[in-house]
Ligand binder design. Structure first.
Ligand code: PLP
Length: 285
């Protein structure tokens, strides 16, 4: 039985209960993080906590515990669950109060919980997936990691209905590609430039995106934070996604267009694969 953490207590997941007046439940008035666990260590914990603090600040919320305590709790839940590979979901809501749009009084205490999920060690090769594009109908502050994810869920379901694994949101006015329902998007363009969307309020600043940028720099792989269009994506040599739980995954079909067709080594020498291997080495270090 998995052990959860809820408002100051570690307890069996089946006993973890929260009020039906929780504002996260009623208004998606909550922020979250998903931290990858590899070899029983939280990956990029510092960067996740930095982003959590930015999200809390953006919503005018404060953490129910200090950063130091949160770090200890994250480490503790890994130990309690004997987690070697997997992830931890952490959520903080503004708290439970009678339903009203206005913020509750400051005496209302935030609700915090964490749940651990067991996974497997990463595979030797990156995952290969298919994707479809969908006009981005999410709210204008997707850089804040809130639980307001209904458009992401609907988009993913639309992808499933269309026979694909993932959805890529694009701006319908400019045709600029943004990100997937749960990952950041990268492209090796037809003229061999490695690009990813600039860090604006239209994408989430991914922790893995930043880690991959650092690995790229260290290994002489040049990239640019530059927007690209759907048409450029169809013609790309490579398209790939980065996220904490998916690491680096390759998109081999977008809206039915085969990506990187004609690459004779079947992607063995692709930049995505190189970045995946560098990322695995970082996880195993
Ligand atoms: N973009 C979106 C919309 C996400 O939900 C996520 C992860 O949850 C990411 C990008 C990737 O972020 P990270 O690398 O921090 O997991």
């Amino acid at each position: 039985m998995s052990t959860a953490y809820l408002n100051g207590r570690f307890l069996p997941l089946s006993q973890a209960r929260i009020s039906i007046e929780d504002r996260g439940l009623l208004f998606a008035d909550a922020v979250y993080e998903v931290v990858c666990v590899a070899r029983s260590r939280g990956v990029d914990l510092g960067a996740h906590l930095d982003r959590l603090w930015r999200s809390l600040q953006a919503l005018g919320m404060s953490s129910p515990c200090s950063r130091r305590v949160l770090l200890l709790l994250l480490k503790q839940i890994i130990v309690c669950n004997r987690l070697r590979y997997g992830s931890i979901y952490l959520q903080i809501s503004r708290g439970s109060a009678s339903r009203a749009h206005a913020f509750p009084p400051t005496s209302c205490k935030a609700n915090i919980f964490m749940v651990a999920s067991h996974g497997s060690p990463p595979a030797a090769s990156p995952m290969r997936i298919t994707a479809v594009t969908l006009a981005d109908t999410r709210w204008a502050r997707v850089d804040i990691k809130t639980t307001n994810l209904l458009p992401n869920c609907l988009g993913l379901e639309e992808a499933r209905v269309r026979g694909a694994d993932e959805v890529i949101f694009y701006d319908s006015a400019s045709e600029i590609m943004r990100e997937s329902s749960k990952s950041n998007l990268w492209m090796l363009s037809s003229d061999n430039r490695l690009l990813t969307h600039p860090r604006t309020s239209n994408i989430l600043g991914g922790v893995t995106r930043a880690a991959v940028m650092e690995l790229a720099l260290k290994n002489g792989i040049t990239y640019k934070q530059e927007a690209f269009t759907r048409k450029q994506a169809y013609e790309a040599h490579e398209l790939f996604l980065t996220s904490s739980t998916g690491f680096v995954s390759i998109i081999n079909k977008l809206d039915g267009h085969s990506i990187g067709e004609g690459v004779s080594d079947n992607g063995a020498n692709s930049i995505a694969r190189k970045l995946y291997e560098l990322y695995l080495a970082k996880l195993q270090a």
